[in-house]
Design a protein around this ligand. Structure first.
Ligand SMILES: [Zn+2]
Length: 340
């Protein structure tokens, strides 16, 4: 059976029909070997073939095969014949039975996507920097040109400690710390956990961001656009287009929201809400005030910055509808990614 021609619905109904015909223990055993046998078992064969299917087909086929595998295993295991004693002759030790397979650990889908994103920037010569998750208001807001009166500082969005410190709402503080200790030119990214008071199917109170910063002489908006274009093609495929829309962020001027052309359709689909574009990140040229604040001369140096949610990218790249699935540690969700 070629996996590309395999029809999971058809396979499931065929299997269930065979199960309903079972009359004797020997039939049950033959059926088990036909599906789960180490040699030529249909499920075993499909799992084997998953390794070689095109990358864009993997999430869909991986999920379908795993669901089918669970169905077969559970149905056979729960079947009344499973508990019937085999005939005396079969009771001797059967060395052809499949061996016990210990569960293998694997990388979490978010880690896989984050690693893939980080790899792009490392290849382009970016430093990877980290910083504290408990921040002061200075590094989380003020140094980023976000004064006390700014709506982004609203208590409703931020988790504060009694002493005035807070759980960082963005990884941008890492950029400030980096600029304080490095002289331009530099290129850096800051991936990591951030926290906001938000909780629904697309927002989680804890999520992951990846921000980037490039500062040097003669850095222009074209460099920003070129970098994001290359990144989007790396992530979503070589045909990907990007679109920049004017926007506002306190720490960049001018600022732009960046959309990528929908990787799933050419004429509108549910994921892109029929618009053919998906918003993936915010970006802009670093505001002069931010550079001045860390002692970098804005007359001599310019820079660009960008930031994106890793969950958002992973949901788009892997077709996952609910952000909470990432954190529930449910192996029915996690296992299909284990062969990536
Ligand atoms: Zn679409």
């Amino acid at each position: 059976m070629n996996i590309m021609e395999w029809d999971s619905e058809n396979a499931s109904s065929t299997f269930l029909a065979q199960v309903s015909d079972l009359a004797a223990k020997a039939d049950w055993e033959n059926l088990r070997v036909a599906y789960l046998g180490k040699k030529n078992g249909l499920v075993t064969d499909l799992v084997e073939q998953l390794r070689n299917v095109p990358r864009e087909e993997k999430p869909r086929l991986g999920k379908a095969v795993n669901q089918f595998k669970s169905l077969v295993e559970k149905t056979l295991q729960d079947h009344p014949l499973a508990k019937v004693e085999s005939s005396a002759a079969q009771k001797v030790f059967d060395y052809t039975l499949p061996g016990y397979q210990p569960a293998m650990g694997s990388l979490h889908p978010l880690t896989l996507i984050q690693d893939r994103m980080v790899e792009f920037f490392v290849r382009q010569g970016y430093d990877v920097a980290e910083g504290p998750q408990i921040e002061t208001a200075y590094y989380n807001f003020e140094a980023l040109n976000t004064p006390e009166s700014h709506p982004a500082r609203d208590e409703q969005d931020t988790f504060y400690f009694p002493d005035g410190r807070l759980l960082r709402t963005q990884t941008s503080g890492v950029q400030i710390r980096y600029m304080e200790t490095h002289q331009p030119p530099f290129r850096m990214i800051a991936p990591g956990k951030v926290y906001r008071r938000d909780d629904d199917i697309t927002h989680s109170p804890m999520f992951h961001q990846l921000e980037g910063l490039v500062v040097g002489e003669g850095i222009t908006f074209s460099d920003l656009k070129g970098t994001l274009q290359a990144f989007s093609r790396y992530l979503f495929g070589p045909e990907t287009q990007i679109r920049l829309r004017p926007s506002y962020f306190p720490f960049t001027e001018p600022s732009a929201e960046v959309d990528v052309s929908c990787p799933f359709c050419s004429s509108g689909c549910r994921t892109c809400k029929q618009t053919r574009w998906l918003e993936i990140l915010g970006s802009g040229m670093v505001d002069d005030n931010v550079l001045k604040g860390v002692g970098i001369d804005p007359e001599r140096y310019t820079g660009f910055a960008f930031g994106m949610g890793i969950e958002r990218i992973a949901m788009l790249a892997l077709g996952i509808p609910d952000i909470r699935w990432f954190y529930q540690n449910d192996r029915r969700f996690l296992d299909p990614f284990s062969w990536r």
